[in-house]
Design a protein around this ligand. Structure first.
Ligand SMILES: [Zn+2]
Length: 452
């Protein structure tokens, strides 16, 4: 066993639907005990110190320790093409994405990028992600091999695209090859160690009706598998989906007709949705990945977070970088954009709502809340240690925190943390991450911080 001591923040409830102070669990001086890959105990330091006096303990003073961040939508093969200039979705795919992803036919290359990608996630405090790959099965094998070495919880799957004209012939698969390769990969990787498989049609426009039906067939054969895709991102895309699937009443209905919408189904983006589509997503208990950095970068539009988190049509929501269309690996930077996307719609995104989406909310949207997302004993010890004042701007802001250090009541300490954490939500990035633990192992430590 080993332990870490410090200030801890996680969530007991959804702050979109509860009083925020009731939703959070903040321990200004806490102790978290790890036994192997799991959290064995967690509570106030003064209550647990005696019981674990013999356990080796590292003290993170003046830091905030949280459950690792969850990125519910990201493309590992796009690591090298982040920040590609000047296009919207369909042109961006043609000009930059498919030429890059063709390189992933080479498994050795795929593995080198998978390692780099996972290290970038850890540097940014992300410990679980739902990940797109390519049409090449070896790119999926390479990714899960890299994950297995780290004992990290990732969801990924072969990313199908079989419609003529949408991608170069050498990139496309077929409905049959997608089915056979997906089945083979599910057998090989799904629920092996911490690996989880998502049946992944890239997006409705990229798939024929036959390929989407094959996705439904796979979901029927493997009901514990996830389903991950894109939906209603861009106006031109939506118009072309309507043309390609005239039998469907809207974009969501294309997926409904394939039998894949329900729990464990994630639609990335879902920007341009009718009230009726929100209603159907709410009823089906599927989830949306909110990817504001990508949506701003590609000029796709503003996701209506207030409709997804309403009382009338509550939909599970997690955050996604959507890197490479998103211009960052950092969930903190995604929260900066999420705040602004909400502000443009006259909505407020508080720091506790934001950090909930980044942790327990993301875990719930992927139906992983029994495994990750909070600091409850029994869950995996996937943690991020945040430095709330790593830059001159944040340090100066923290020095002038209106809730000074002179008062020590828990309410006052919490208000002080809330102010500094909001600064981190708006100004933070990988510089804010001091250390990242996965399955109880310290897998990332910022250069210059003490070894322990
Ligand atoms: Zn995407």
């Amino acid at each position: 066993m080993k332990a870490i001591r410090g200030a801890f923040l996680d969530f007991l409830h959804d702050p979109f639907y509860r009083d925020e102070q009731e939703a959070i669990r903040y321990l200004p001086d806490g102790l978290l005990v790890m036994d192997g890959e799991k959290i064995a105990d967690f509570g106030r330091f003064d209550e647990l110190a005696e019981k674990y006096a013999d356990v080796s303990t590292h003290h993170y003073a003046n830091r905030l320790i949280m459950p690792g961040f969850v990125d519910t939508h990201v493309h590992y093969p796009q690591t090298e093409m982040i920040a590609a200039y000047g296009e919207q979705l369909l042109e961006w795919l043609e000009k930059y994405t498919f030429p890059t992803e063709l390189k992933f036919q080479d498994k050795t290359y795929a593995r080198s990028v998978a390692d780099r990608f996972l290290n970038m996630l850890l540097m940014n405090g992300t410990t679980t992600a739902q990940v797109f790959t390519t049409t090449f099965p070896q790119s999926v094998d390479a990714f899960f091999e890299a994950c297995s070495e780290r004992n990290i919880c990732m969801i990924a799957g072969l990313t199908g695209i079989d419609r003529e004209g949408l991608a170069p012939a050498e990139y496309r698969d077929t409905a049959d090859s997608f089915y056979a390769n997906s089945k083979d990969l599910i057998e090989r990787w799904h629920m092996k160690g911490r690996n989880k498989y998502a049946i992944t049609p890239r997006f409705a426009l990229g798939s024929t009706r036959e390929q989407l039906d094959r996705c439904g067939q796979l979901k029927g054969e493997y009901p514990t598998a996830w389903v991950n895709t894109h939906m209603s991102e861009n106006h031109k895309e939506i118009a072309q989906v309507a043309e390609a699937f005239p039998e469907a009443s809207d974009y969501l209905n294309v997926y409904e007709r394939a039998g894949i919408v329900g729990p464990k189904f994630t639609a990335g983006h879902a920007i341009h949705l009718s009230d009726d589509a929100f209603q159907r997503m709410s009823a089906s208990k599927c989830s949306i990945s909110f990817c504001p950095s990508s949506n701003l970068y590609l000029g796709s539009g503003l996701f209506m977070i207030h409709k997804a988190k309403s009382l009338e049509t509550p939909v599970l929501v997690g955050l996604g970088t959507d890197m490479g269309a998103g211009d960052c690996f950092s969930i903190l930077r995604v929260l900066n954009d999420a705040y602004k996307v909400a502000a443009l719609q006259s909505q407020k995104l508080s720091v506790f709502k934001g950090l909930y989406l980044a942790t327990l909310g993301g875990a719930k949207s992927l139906m992983l809340e029994d495994e990750i997302g909070s600091l409850d004993p029994g869950k995996y010890a996937d943690l991020v240690v945040l430095d709330l004042s790593p830059t001159p701007a944040l340090a100066f802001r923290a020095q002038n925190n209106p809730f000074g250090k002179d008062q020590t009541s828990e309410e006052h300490q919490c208000a002080r943390m809330e102010h500094d954490a909001f600064g981190t939500m708006m100004l933070g990035d990988e510089r804010s991450v001091e250390a990242t633990y996965v399955s109880g192992q310290l897998l990332y430590r910022k250069t210059g911080t003490p070894v322990h």
